[in-house]
Design a protein around this ligand. Structure first.
Ligand code: DCP
Length: 635
C-alpha cells in the first residue's frame, strides 16, 4: 500500500525522462535505413509473427499497437519493418538495450541526483542545478531561450495557439514569476539542454516531465511524445488532476484504484478532493488514507534516489500454448539457461560495481492439467543466493520443486509451466575499503579456490591500493579457538599471532574503529550481520537453533589477550588503541549462506569456529529458507 512521505520544506525541481519507442530507436541506430520508417521490434518467438514489444511512432500512425503480433501489424501496416530482438540461449537478449540505456543515463546523471527507474527511464533531481542557474544565469531574454526549451508544453498555457512558442519563451523568462515557477523554468531549460545532448551523443530522442515532485513529473512525461517535454507549474496542478483517471496513477492501477472506483465512486484523482483525510484513513488505513489525501492535492514527498544501477536482475521466459513445459526435465533445461544468464549478469555487476546480490527468487506461471483451480498461483519462492552458475541452477531447481509441491498440494496431477523467471535481488554494495573478498580471490591462493566470484574476472580496484587489507596468508595463519562467555553463549576468537606488526599498525591507522584481522571479517561481522538481521526481519532466513544473535565482541577476552604484554605488538592484528590482540564475535552473525561461498581457506577457518557449536538442522533450515515472496522488479 502506498504511504505518504514527508514533503521537503523547499520547492524541488524533478524531471522524469523517458526514451521514445526505445528498442526501435536502438535498432534504428544499428540500421539507419530504418529511420523514419514504420518499424517494430518483435519477440524472438515467431508465433504469428512474434509479439510486438516496441513500435515506432511512424507505425503507430498506421494503427500498429504493442498488443499486436507481427502478422496483425503487417495487415494493418504492410510496409512495416519487423526487427527481431537479439536472441541468446533461446531467449531475448536485452544487453544491447541495457547498455544503450546506460549511455543515456550517463549523460542525464551529469546535472543532479539520478535514479534509473527502468531500462529506458530516469528521475532527476535538478533542484541544485536550477538554483544555480537562477543565481548565475537566469533566463531573462526570450530570444535567447534554447529552441528545445521554447518547444516545451507548459500546463495551463494555451497549447494550440499559433504563437505557442512565443508564449512559452515569455513564460520561461517572466520577471514577475514566483520563485517556484522561476526554478521550474530553469529546470525546463536544463532538461531541454540534456535532451539535446542525449540526441547529439547517442542519436536517441526522449521525452520528459518537469514538476515539483516525482509523481507529477512521471504523470506528464508521456503526455507529449515523442521528443517533447511537459512542465507542470503549481498553479496548473489542480486542473490537471481534476480530469486524471485514477488508474493512470502508478499505485492506483490495481486493487486500490478499483476500490476507489467501486467503493467511493472516485473516477478521477480530483474526485478525491471531496473526501476528508479522516474518511480516507478510515477506509484505507492511516498511511494510505493520508497518501490519497495528499495526491489529490498534487503533494508527494517521494525522493529521487541516487541510483544508476538496477535493484535486481531478472531473467525470464514464457512458454505459450503448445510450448508449455510439462515435465521436470524440460523445466530444468530452461532453468539452467536462465540461471546461466543470471549468473553472468550478477557476476558482471560484482566485477564492475562491486555489488553482491543476496536473494534468489523463482517465479512461475503454471496450470494444472485438470484445471479446476484456475485462480491458484504458483507461489514464488526465495532463498539466499549462492554465487556460481551451478549453485544457482541447483537452488533454482529446488525452489521450483518446492513451489510445485505447494502448488499441487499433494495431488498427483499433470501440470504445464507457461512462464519461468529467476531474479537476483537485495543487492548491496560491498562496503568500500573492505573489499578483501575481492582482493582475496585475486590472491595467489585463489587460483584453486573459486569463491563468490570468479577470481579471474575480478578487476583491480585502484582505490584499494592505499587501503589496508590482510593478505590471504595472514588470514590463513590466524588460529581459531572457541571460548564461552559468562552468558553461556559461544564465541569464536582468533589470536592473530602471525600477523605482522606493520600490518597491525597499518590496519589500526586506517580502520581504528574496527577490530579484527581482516576486512573479510569486517565484511562478515559488519555488513553481513546487518544484512542478516534484515533478512531475518524479512523472513528470508531463520535463526539457527541455539545460536542467539549478538554482535558484541568479548571485552573480557580482549583483556586477557592484551595481558600478554610485549609480545602483543608483533601479534596484534587490527589492534585497537587499547591493544587487543584477539577479536571475537558471535558466530551466528556470520551468515551461513555467505560462508559457503567463501574460498575454502576462509571457509575452513570459519567452519572451525562454528563446528563446536550445535549444528543447525539444515533440513528444517532449508525448508524455512524457501519462502513465498512477492514479485521483484528489475529496476
Ligand atoms: N518493453 C518490452 N515489453 C513490454 C513493454 C516494453 O520489452 N511489454 C521494452 C521495449 C520498449 C522499452 O521496454 O522499447 C521501453 O518501454 P516503454 O513502455 O517506455 O515504451 P517505448 O519506449 O517503446 O515507447 P514510448 O515512446 O511509448 O515510451
Amino acid at each position: 500500500m502506498p504511504v505518504a512521505r514527508p514533503e521537503p520544506q523547499e520547492p524541488r525541481v524533478i524531471a522524469h525522462v523517458d526514451m521514445d519507442c526505445f528498442y526501435v530507436q536502438v535498432e534504428q541506430r544499428r540500421n539507419p535505413a530504418l529511420r523514419g520508417q514504420p518499424t517494430a521490434v518483435v519477440q524472438y518467438n515467431d508465433w504469428k509473427g512474434g509479439g510486438l514489444i516496441a513500435v515506432s511512432y511512424e507505425a503507430r500512425g498506421f494503427g500498429v499497437k504493442r498488443s499486436m503480433r507481427g502478422d496483425e501489424a503487417k495487415r494493418v501496416c504492410p510496409g512495416i519493418n519487423l526487427v527481431q530482438v537479439p536472441v541468446a540461449r533461446g531467449k531475448a537478449d536485452l544487453n544491447l538495450y541495457r547498455s544503450a540505456g546506460s549511455e543515456v543515463v550517463a549523460i542525464l546523471a551529469s546535472k543532479g541526483k539520478c535514479e534509473r527507474a527502468s531500462i529506458d527511464e530516469v528521475y532527476l533531481d535538478l533542484t541544485d542545478a536550477a538554483k544555480e542557474m537562477l543565481l548565475q544565469a537566469p533566463p531573462d531574454s526570450p530570444e535567447e531561450i534554447l529552441i528545445e526549451a521554447a518547444k516545451s508544453n507548459i500546463l495551463g498555457l494555451p497549447s494550440d495557439a499559433s504563437e505557442k512558442e512565443k508564449i512559452v519563451r515569455a513564460w520561461l523568462c517572466r520577471p514577475d514569476a514566483d520563485s517556484e515557477d522561476k526554478l521550474l523554468a530553469c529546470g525546463a531549460i536544463i532538461v531541454a539542454q540534456l535532451r539535446v545532448r542525449v540526441l547529439e551523443e547517442t542519436q536517441f530522442t526522449c521525452s520528459a516531465g518537469i514538476a515539483h515532485n516525482k509523481m507529477l513529473a512521471k504523470l506528464v512525461s508521456g503526455m507529449h511524445k515523442p521528443a517533447q517535454q511537459t512542465v507542470v507549474p503549481s498553479s496548473s496542478v489542480q486542473d490537471f488532476l481534476a480530469s486524471l483517471p485514477v488508474k493512470k496513477m502508478k499505485q492506483l492501477g490495481g486493487k486500490l484504484g478499483s476500490s476507489l472506483q467501486d467503493d467511493l465512486g472516485v473516477e478521477t484523482i480530483g474526485d478525491l478532493l471531496s473526501f476528508t483525510e479522516e474518511k480516507l484513513q478510515e477506509q484505507y488505513g492511516v498511511n494510505t488514507g493520508t497518501w490519497l489525501w495528499k495526491i489529490a492535492r498534487g503533494i508527494s514527498g517521494e525522493e529521487v534516489e541516487d541510483r544508476l544501477l538496477p535493484k535486481s536482475h531478472g531473467c525470464g521466459k514464457t512458454f505459450p500454448g503448445p510450448k508449455a513445459l510439462k515435465n521436470s526435465a524440460s523445466v530444468k533445461g530452461w532453468l539452467d539457461q536462465l540461471c546461466e544468464e543470471l549468473s553472468e549478469r550478477i557476476q558482471s555487476d560484482l566485477n564492475q560495481n562491486k555489488r553482491i546480490a543476496q536473494t534468489l527468487t523463482l517465479h512461475a506461471r503454471v496450470s494444472k492439467e485438470n484445471e479446476r483451480d484456475a485462480v491458484k498461483k504458483f507461489p514464488s519462492k526465495s532463498c539466499p543466493l549462492r554465487y556460481g552458475t551451478g549453485k544457482i541452477q541447483e537452488d533454482a531447481m529446488k525452489l521450483f520443486e518446492s513451489g510445485l509441491h505447494d502448488f499441487l498440494e499433494y495431488q498427483n496431477t499433470g501440470w504445464s509451466i507457461t512462464s519461468l523467471s529467476v531474479t537476483a535481488s537485495k543487492i548491496f554494495d560491498i562496503p568500500s575499503g573492505t573489499s578483501s573478498i575481492l582482493r582475496y580471490v585475486k590472491g595467489p591462493s585463489s587460483a584453486s579456490s573459486p569463491a563468490i566470484p570468479d577470481s579471474s574476472s575480478v578487476p583491480e580496484d585502484p582505490s584499494l591500493d592505499n587501503n589496508v587489507y590482510v593478505t590471504p596468508s595472514n588470514e590463513e595463519q590466524c588460529e581459531p579457538s572457541t571460548s564461552e562467555k559468562e552468558d553461556g553463549k559461544k564465541y569464536s576468537a582468533i589470536s592473530a599471532k602471525q600477523c605482522s606488526a606493520n600490518e597491525a599498525k597499518r590496519i589500526s591507522k586506517k580502520f581504528p574503529e574496527v577490530k579484527g584481522t581482516s576486512s573479510i571479517l569486517k565484511f562478515l561481522s559488519r555488513g553481513q550481520s546487518a544484512l542478516h538481521e534484515k533478512r531475518k526481519s524479512d523472513g528470508l532466513i531463520c535463526s539457527h537453533p541455539g545460536l542467539e544473535s549478538s554482535l558484541e565482541a568479548s571485552r573480557a577476552e580482549e583483556h586477557n589477550a592484551s595481558a600478554q604484554g610485549a609480545d602483543r605488538s608483533s601479534t596484534n592484528c587490527g589492534a585497537e588503541p587499547s591493544g587487543s590482540n584477539a577479536w571475537m564475535f558471535n558466530v551466528e552473525d556470520i551468515d551461513p549462506a555467505v560462508v559457503e561461498e567463501l574460498p575454502p581457506e576462509i571457509r575452513r577457518e570459519i567452519q572451525g569456529w562454528i563446528r563446536p557449536l550445535k549444528q543447525p538442522n539444515t533440513k528444517r533450515r532449508e525448508a524455512q529458507e524457501i519462502k513465498t515472496d512477492t514479485c521483484t522488479v528489475e529496476w
